[in-house]
Design a protein around this ligand. Structure first.
Ligand SMILES: Cc1cc2nc3c(=O)[nH]c(=O)nc-3n(C[C@H](O)[C@H](O)[C@H](O)COP(=O)(O)O)c2cc1C
Length: 215
């Protein structure tokens, strides 16, 4: 498929349905059901999700990060707190997450509030990573402009030599965020673009309310 054929690129979504009778009353349980199906289908990196943040001037920015767990009904990812996304979240902790599982013709959209994880949990996760990734977290001042790749590789060598002599600990500017959701939408592709969209909205005192949206 070449670029000039883009307009003719069309796929009918016929694989599955997502009807009200299939919907779990709890969106976290529903997410786990779909996530397990994505795992079973052996999708490439099913935990890759788009994270959207908003900067201090109200401009949005999006990038992929990896979901590393669901703790207390919140979605967990790890990053550099001094990165662009970390700065955005410190100004405005409203974020959005999107999972796209094309092989299952599914999308999940989450909106919520991001908060830094407990330091002890970030410590434990950091130490569970391969040593190369641990050193990489020191070597990369994520989102900073570099003079060239050499600067990054020299920084890596510097920290590699340093931590050959002393035990490594989590850098204070690296750790996890919990995203506590207040909206979760499950999208299942259907024929003739009449897709299923089931939205959960969290209401104060009432809990989760469920409705269907037009596709
Ligand atoms: C498949 C994939 C997984 C990624 N996982 C992470 C991650 O878990 N944490 C992270 O900080 N960046 C991750 N990245 C890199 C980010 O997309 C991004 O380049 C980086 O976090 C800097 O973003 P920022 O400058 O907007 O803060 C991943 C990228 C890809 C393509």
């Amino acid at each position: 498929m070449l670029l000039h054929q883009l307009a003719d690129l069309r796929k009918e979504y016929l694989l599955k349905k997502f009807n009200e009778e299939d919907v779990n009353q709890d969106p976290i349980t529903q997410f786990k059901i779909w996530f397990n199906e994505a795992m079973k289908a052996e999708l490439p990196e099913p935990n890759a999700m788009t994270l959207a943040t908003v900067n201090e001037n109200g401009f949005p920015s999006a990038r992929i990060v990896l979901l590393k767990g669901i703790e207390d009904d919140a979605f967990v990812f790890y990053t550099n707190y001094h990165s662009n996304k970390g700065k955005h979240i410190s100004h405005n902790n409203h974020v959005a997450l999107v999972f796209c599982w094309l092989e299952l013709q599914r999308q999940v959209r989450i909106e919520g509030v991001a908060r830094k994880m407990d330091e002890s949990i970030s410590d434990a996760y950091f130490l569970s990573r391969p040593i190369g990734s641990q050193i990489g977290a020191y070597a990369s001042e994520q989102s900073k402009q570099l003079s060239g790749r050499e600067e990054l590789e020299n920084a890596y060598k510097h920290f590699e030599a340093l931590f050959a002599k002393q035990p490594i600990v989590r850098p204070v500017n690296w750790g996890g965020y919990n995203v506590v959701p207040h909206k979760i939408e499950f999208w299942q592709g259907r024929e003739n673009r009449l897709h299923d969209r089931i939205l959960y909205v969290h209401k104060e005192l009432k809990g989760w309310e469920i409705c269907r949206l037009a596709p």
